[in-house]
Design a binder for this molecule. Structure first.
Ligand code: NAP
Length: 367
């Protein structure tokens, strides 16, 4: 059985990956060894098969012994370890959730419902660095790849509503702590809505308000900046949309994609409002069919109030592999302007599931 090293398995993405692999019985087909940057020598997670104590995730000699490394640790770890392993002559498969290697020419972006066949061909052609795409970009493409494949898309704007868990385990917890803190400050209902508003505003500025991870309130607030700043005026999260989507789809010339990425107080699941400029005025029923038939995970939600509120929300989608897209209508801007809203669990198809699929593909050729 193939020995696989897992790093970053206790974070948000890693723990969802392990849960999915257990649910699918994947661990029966490999020999897992777990590593840690903080607790080497500790107990491994219980994944239903035996595993040795935690290895040291910075022990390059130990890692170089593995034909496959799966890491959900983060970009700093990737930058510190991957180049040194390759410099040592390591030829194994590196499967990674972090953004550090995504745009490297030697990297293949992985998103099974969108480019599974191309990933398989890349592996057969010698690709060794298989990198998960940005969660928001991946979910947008799972939802809309049918339109791209039909060559219908001239450009896209994506206005995102990104969940706290996209920033990691500590941030997810902090959002709930902020909610709890605010609830604790609420005055008696008899004092009225303005008293409630004053209490919340006062809480935002209070030293005891829990904001160490985000640096700002997220509960009762929105944060219109994710990741670092670029000279273009975009945030890095916004820049990723065009470069990663076009790399994933193999498009040249690229389709322009841009928008504003916003953190909101959802716990899990990213949502995005899309304006899709079509190259021609295709009828709405044809558009819906192209979207729905593109892969087994996308789901067209009828553009009604009831369906949208029941089926097109983080609350309805969290923890599932479904990627619904709805609010589909021609905009008043013109017949070639398509409005859409889509929601997806950014820890599943947005992060862990593409890694799981790539690992399956690698194991199939390593066996
Ligand atoms: P995370 O939850 O912060 O976990 C990363 C690592 O932090 C863990 O593996 C763990 O490493 C360490 N850690 C420290 N304190 C922790 C705590 N209280 N609970 C759990 N782990 C803790 O990060 P993540 O969201 O999984 O992201 C990992 C990588 O995937 C990043 O590069 C991120 O950009 C990328 N990514 C994330 C998402 C997402 O939706 N979250 C989506 C796509 C890609 P040790 O066990 O070694 O200490």
């Amino acid at each position: 059985m193939t020995r696989v090293a897992f790093i970053g398995w206790r974070g948000m993405v890693g723990s969802v990956l392990l849960a999915r692999m257990q649910a699918e019985g994947d661990f029966k087909a490999l020999e897992p060894v777990f590593f840690s940057t903080s607790a080497a020598g500790g107990d491994p997670p219980d994944v239903g098969v035996p595993a040795p104590p935690l290895g040291d995730a910075h022990d390059l000699e130990a890692l170089a012994d593995f034909p496959v490394i799966v890491t959900c640790q983060g970009g700093d770890y990737t930058k510190a370890v991957h180049p040194r392993l390759r410099a040592m002559g390591w030829r194994g498969y590196w499967i990674d959730a972090a953004s550090a290697l995504r745009m490297a020419p030697t990297s293949t972006l992985i998103l099974d419902p969108v480019n599974g066949a191309q990933v398989q061909a890349a592996i057969a052609g010698g690709a060794r660095d298989l990198i998960g795409a940005n969660c928001t970009v991946g979910l947008m493409l799972v939802a809309t790849v049918g339109l791209f494949r039909a060559g219908l898309v001239e450009w896209v704007t994506a206005m995102t509503y990104q969940a706290a868990s996209g920033a990691g385990a500590a941030n997810m917890r902090e959002l709930v702590e902020q909610m709890g803190y605010l609830a604790g400050q609420a005055p008696h209902p008899a004092e009225g809505a303005l008293a409630l508003d004053r209490a919340v505003q006062a809480a935002f500025g209070h030293p005891a308000f829990p904001d160490a991870a985000f640096g700002h309130p997220l509960a009762g607030n929105v944060l219109p900046w994710i990741d670092t700043a670029l000279p273009s005026g975009q945030s890095r999260e916004e820049w990723k949309a065009q470069v990663e989507a076009n790399k994933l789809l193999g498009l040249d010339p690229p389709v322009p994609i841009d928008g504003t990425c916003v953190r909101v107080g959802a716990l899990r699941c990213h949502s995005q409002g899309l304006t899709i400029k079509l190259k021609k005025a295709a009828p709405l029923d044809e558009i819906e069919a192209l979207i729905a038939e593109a892969n087994p995970w996308v789901e067209v939600v009828p553009n009604t109030r009831e369906d949208s509120l029941a089926r097109l929300t983080p609350a309805a989608v969290g923890g599932t592999l479904r990627v619904p897209i709805g609010r589909l209508r021609k905009m008043t801007l013109g017949d070639t302007y398509l409005n859409a809203f889509t929601v997806g669990d950014q820890l599943l198809w947005g992060a862990a599931e593409p890694l799981r699929c790539a690992l399956q593909q690698v194991l199939a050729v390593s066996a």
